[in-house]
Design a protein around this ligand. Structure first.
Ligand code: SF4
Length: 370
């Protein structure tokens, strides 16, 4: 603790010097990303498209750059402008989003596009204006304001929290240190190139100051970093032990028609996986009782257990026993048969893809029409 007290301040210089070292590093080592305008292009007069910045930032919430790239490119092909996205049917957007998770983001994305298109297709250029839009919280508003409009906003995501906790050896547990971290970032944000600064911090956290084994030897701000001088940068950020996720259980029912179609239904618009598509399931409870067996199947049939899948949600872990039956009955009210070649295009969240794959390997991959 004494060491932390002695090294609360970055070791050399002030926060402004840290920013200028980071920007020089970013000029040479920034990641090329499909939604990003490089420092060279910016210097040549190119400007970021706020639609691309907004779309990428919403996609990147809780998800990695690598996972987002192909989704971003698919969205760009289908809906190259905010007006095009606003004109798209919501279910098409949900289908294109399927697999990215946190599906309330897709619903908010569509609502935000509708609103921006109605207001002439221009995004607000301030943090406060951006925060008024659906699905844009404090972080996303700051990121868009900085990257798209070069506003000196303090952009603090998980990567930045880690970098700053290490730079300043912040010994307060992360949950309580948010204000302290934000204060340090606010003191660092330069008045020139704040957008590049925000992206430099993100890149540093993603490529050099990684959660495990940070590559301090390559770090442009190592002379400023008290954690690396203390010899144990991985000690930061300090985290309190996580509460264990409760386990919920249920059963899922994959009904297959003789032509390979699968019985599906749409979830309620609100709540977990809202508006997404699923096979019929029981409720997801913490119990193992009759409600998690084939006795709860939505259709009569020769139900056989096909496997068990696990899935981790933010607040709980889920285990689903998967049952399969072949049946040719009409779809019950609220359900529909999805043809074999259409299943890959349905708005199936990852947990449902796992369920279907457990019963019918390969069924969620693209197939030719019969
Ligand atoms: S010196 Fe190491 S710990 Fe410090 S900011 Fe750089 S990579 Fe992170």
């Amino acid at each position: 603790m004494a060491l932390h007290d002695q090294t609360r301040k970055a070791v050399s210089g002030d926060n402004v010097e840290i920013a200028s070292r980071l920007l020089a590093w970013y000029d040479a080592h920034h990641r090329d990303l499909p939604w990003r305008v490089s420092p060279r292009a910016l210097a040549g007069g190119a400007r970021p498209d706020p639609y691309l910045v907004w779309l990428s930032e919403v996609m990147l919430q809780q998800t990695t750059v690598e996972a987002v790239k192909s989704y971003f490119q698919a969205f760009m092909q289908k809906w190259p402008t905010v007006q095009a996205l606003a004109a798209a049917p919501t279910q098409d957007v949900m289908k294109a989003w399927a697999g990215l998770g946190y599906y309330s983001r897709a619903r908010n994305l569509k609502a935000c596009a509708d609103l921006v298109a109605r207001q002439g297709g221009r995004f607000p250029d301030s943090e406060s204006g951006l925060k008024e839009l659906p699905g844009i919280g404090a972080y996303t508003a700051a990121a868009i304001a900085a990257i798209a409009f070069d506003r000196p906003a303090a952009v603090v995501d998980g990567n930045v929290e880690r970098v700053v906790s290490r730079l300043f050896s912040i010994a307060t547990p992360l949950g309580e240190a948010k204000g302290e971290i934000r204060g340090q970032v606010e003191r660092m944000v330069p008045l020139t190139r704040p957008g590049d600064f925000a992206q430099a911090m993100m890149d540093l956290g993603a490529t050099i100051c990684t959660p495990r084994r940070p590559r301090c030897i390559l770090c442009p701000v190592r002379v400023d970093c008290s954690a690396t001088i203390s010899g144990d940068p991985e000690r930061f950020p300090v985290r309190l032990p996580k509460a264990e996720r409760p386990l919920r259980r249920g059963a899922a029912f994959v009904a297959v028609r003789c032509d390979g179609a699968i019985l599906l239904r749409k979830r309620a618009d609100k709540g977990l996986l809202g508006g997404m598509t699923e096979v019929p399931t029981t409720g997801w409870t913490a119990r193992i009782d009759g409600a998690t067996t084939e006795a709860a199947a939505p259709l009569p049939g020769n139900w056989q257990q096909a496997g068990r899948i696990g899935h981790i949600f933010t607040h709980f872990a889920l285990e689903l026993d998967v049952f399969k039956a072949e049946t040719d009955v009409a779809a019950p009210v609220g359900h529909f048969w999805s043809l074999a070649h259409e299943i890959s295009g349905e708005a199936l969240p990852s947990v449902m893809k796992k369920v279907i794959e457990a019963a019918m390997p390969g069924a969620t991959k693209k197939q030719r029409p019969r």
